[in-house]
Design a protein around this ligand. Structure first.
Ligand SMILES: *Cc1c(COP(=O)(O)O)cnc(C)c1O
Length: 755
């Protein structure tokens, strides 16, 4: 036993561990970790990265920090000796609610990799009091409640640092909170989160509604306040400005403290703009540098050299555009700068499509980013190609040298070492510990691809993880699932482009086939996890339809031995860590061209799930690496989809009318059984949407999806060893998707940190 650690822990608890409560121990561990992480803070030389993002979906931090500091096994052993259990203690930690989905999780993985690679790089964001929302199902529909995750003892420590920020004509104080980001045997960096002292959580009434009038009291209550009305939209701009103005002041003061004269800012700072939410950092920095007496033209050059932009989507509703009068109202101090930038951009091209302020007085944030940063990157090879070829083709012609690809990645510390200890241990026994630092070493597993004992061991580990997920689900939601079935998981934000509705139609089809006497090759447990944006009606209807169908199936003694549908409440990082290691089939079925990268696909692959997916986002790069035998690809290509949109000739009704399987599945939504299990209004709205609109082309991919999924189920049922081999190849080929690789590429091509 590590005696020194034991003494420290008991000292912090002020009593023998056996007599301490789990809460005492949790707080002692928090102190211990903060202390140890501070020791790994290192002075910064040369360029330092600031990653500005509206979201950091960091997940619980205790285990992650213990692993990164190299004391996880020791702490667990010490606790065990005193009759305590680390996972019980972990239960006490609230999951920080600072993000929404993949974009925020990516930011968290990047911070981990920066610190692990010993690169100086901090995050800048906001300290939301309630984050997104806590999801529950009531009366079979999504219910939203505030997620009050802030604890008086928190990883994010309050500092004395405040910056003045002009909000609605009034100067407010943005207070800095600092959270230590530990690297795996690396340095400690920081996540800087800003907040106002004046926020009043009692403004929240009735679910997640709140009085939107007084921004001093409500500004950081929620991430993405409902933007279906003007008050909500204005609030988002205020939030963004708080983040970038305080962030810009932090960056300038840190650089000046290191001796930077601001003409050379780009030698001291690299700023990564994560999607368009932080775009106003560009005019804000120009404004602040102007106040220091630097001429406009030079400030523009400095900011361009310092900043880089990441594009995360081609969905047009996500590329932020604000009516000019909104910005006039919220950030009048920035409008003269934005106007000058618009004029300057117009001297470079007369292509109206690249204007910052268009002829209808709409301000295009992404356009400002591309003109006035030195790098624009997409997040997977296919996505970057689509940006160059179509979405941003006009910009690519103007600035070909700015465009580059950085395929996303995930941190293997959280998504393998932490969430799947049994698999981690087995890999270590087979190929040694090197893969912990160098993910490419996982390829050494290929030497065991035909070793029956290894394949059996992988099957056994998966089975144990499936049992653990079943236990967790039973505890959490009182649902019993069959661990002998095949587990297919689709967990990600609910959006029509991700096509949970395609999975729904498959499950209806499967149900009706079973009723007709055609049983599948293997029993299937279909597990979903997804939050729908509170104002996204159809997304909520899809959740409802899945829950209604799950009731129909569960009540049917003929079908229930063969299929089960489970919707996990409140999908978040903690849930993901339980679900992903237990997955057999990873559902990555977005409409080709729409999922920029995906990172869930990478987590599943790393944990030995086989992908059933379209040729979209990083699925393309997964398929390239594992080969056709080890992935199930189906559906239209991105080229076909883009052409269909260009022609505008997609007609869902034709598919509905001409294909009996499609018609039968869709019409089941309005069957007496479904109507009895669910709500008529939600189900018929979805029925209508699918046959008259189906903007994300579910129906053309329906039959191909059926065929590939049935093939996967047959393969799984027929030859366990062959399936296990597919799993092994997926694990072995996952190294490329380590965020350590992604960060090394950003550093090589864009940031040049420490130089
Ligand atoms: C990884 C992750 C996501 C992103 O999943 P995609 O399938 O890439 O959309 C979303 N939410 C959570 C909690 C995650 O861990």
């Amino acid at each position: 036993m590590n005696k020194e650690l034991y003494r420290k822990l008991t000292g912090l608890c002020e009593k023998p561990l056996a007599q301490a409560s789990n809460r005492d121990i949790y707080l002692a561990l928090l102190d211990l970790v903060q202390d140890l992480s501070q020791k790994n803070e290192k002075p910064v030389t040369g360029r330092k990265l600031y990653y500005i993002s509206a979201e950091f979906l960091i997940g619980k931090l205790l285990s992650n920090n213990l692993i990164n500091l190299g004391i996880y096994d020791d702490v667990r052993a010490i606790l065990q000796d005193s009759g305590k259990n680390l996972s019980d203690i972990e239960e006490l930690e609230p999951e920080p609610s600072l993000g929404n989905g993949g974009l925020g999780r990516l930011a968290a993985c990047f911070l981990d990799s920066l610190a692990t690679l010993n690169l100086p790089g901090d995050g800048i964001g906001l300290r939301y009091h309630c984050g997104l929302f806590r999801q529950s199902f009531q009366n079979d529909v999504q219910n939203e409640a505030p997620d009050l995750w802030l604890d008086e003892h928190s990883w994010a420590e309050k500092t004395d640092v405040v910056y003045p920020v002009l909000l609605a004509g009034k100067t407010c104080s943005a207070r800095l909170y600092k959270l230590n980001v530990t690297g795996y045997h690396g340095r400690t960096n920081h996540l800087n989160l800003f907040d106002l002292d004046t926020i009043d959580e009692s403004l929240i009434t009735d679910g997640i509604s709140f009085d939107k009038s007084d921004i001093e009291k409500n500004l950081t209550l929620f991430l993405y306040p409902d933007d279906s009305d003007d008050a909500g939209r204005l609030l988002r701009i205020y939030q963004q400005y708080l983040m970038v103005s305080a962030g810009a002041q932090l960056i300038l003061s840190e650089c000046e403290a290191r001796g930077c004269d601001l003409h050379n800012l780009a030698d001291y700072a690299a700023i990564q703009i994560n999607d368009t939410h932080p775009s106003m950092v560009i005019p804000e920095l120009i404004r602040l540098l102007g106040e220091k007496g630097i001429p406009f033209e030079e400030t523009v050059q400095i900011v361009t050299d310092t900043c880089a932009y990441t594009n995360h989507t081609i969905l047009s509703e996500a590329l932020e555009k604000w009516p000019r009068h909104f910005l006039d109202q919220v950030v009048p101090q920035l409008m003269p700068v934005i106007e000058k930038l618009d004029c300057l951009a117009r001297t470079r091209t007369d292509d109206e499509s690249t204007a910052i302020i268009d002829c209808r007085n709409v301000v295009h944030m992404a356009n400002m980013d591309i003109h006035f940063t030195h790098s624009t990157n997409g997040v997977a090879a296919l996505h970057t190609q689509i940006l160059k070829d179509s979405e941003l083709a006009n910009f690519y012609r103007l600035y070909p040298e700015k465009f580059n690809n950085k395929t996303n990645g995930i941190t293997f510390r959280r998504w393998l070492l932490e969430c799947n200890p049994a698999l981690t241990k087995e890999i270590g026994m087979l190929i040694g510990p090197g893969f912990r630092q160098d993910a490419d070493e996982l390829e050494k597993l290929l030497a065991f691809a035909d070793d029956p004992q290894v394949l059996q061991k992988l099957t056994d580990i998966k089975k144990e993880n499936k049992k653990a997920l079943a236990d967790w689900l039973y505890q959490k939601q009182g649902i019993k699932i069959n661990p002998d079935a095949m587990f297919a998981i689709q967990s990600k934000r609910l959006h029509e482009y991700k096509r949970q509705q395609l999975n729904l139609l498959f499950l209806i089809h499967l149900y009706l086939e079973i009723k007709a006497g055609h049983t599948p090759a293997v029993p299937l447990v279909s597990i979903f996890g997804a939050k729908a944006a509170p104002a996204y009606t159809i997304a909520k209807d899809i959740i409802h339809a899945l829950i209604a169908l799950s009731k129909v199936v569960a009540a049917d003694p003929q079908a229930s031995p063969w299929m089960q549908i489970v919707f996990v409440e409140n999908y978040n990082v903690t849930a993901a860590e339980k679900m992903i290691p237990a997955c057999d089939l990873s559902e990555q079925i977005s409409l080709a061209s729409k999922e920029a990268s995906g990172t869930g696909n990478m987590k599943f692959m790393l944990n030995g799930a086989v992908t059933l997916g379209t040729m979209d986002g990083a699925n393309v790069e997964i398929a390239e690496r594992v080969g056709n035998d080890n992935i199930y690809i189906f559906g239209q290509s991105s080229r076909q989809v883009i052409n269909r949109y260009a022609k505008g000739d997609y007609c869902a009704y034709d598919w509905y009318e001409s294909d009996p399987n499609i018609r039968r599945a869709i019409d089941f939504l309005c069957s007496p059984q479904m109507q009895k299990a669910g709500h008529e209004e939600n189900l018929s709205r979805l029925h209508n949407e699918l046959i008259y609109k189906d903007w994300f082309q579910t129906l053309p991919d329906f039959n191909a999806y059926l065929v590939r999924k049935a093939q996967a189920m047959t393969d799984y049922a027929q030859d366990t060893a062959a399936w296990s081999k597919k799993a092994l190849v997926n694990i072995a080929k996952a190294g490329f998707f380590s965020s350590d690789r992604t960060i090394a590429e950003y550093n090589r091509d864009i940031w040049h940190l420490g130089e």
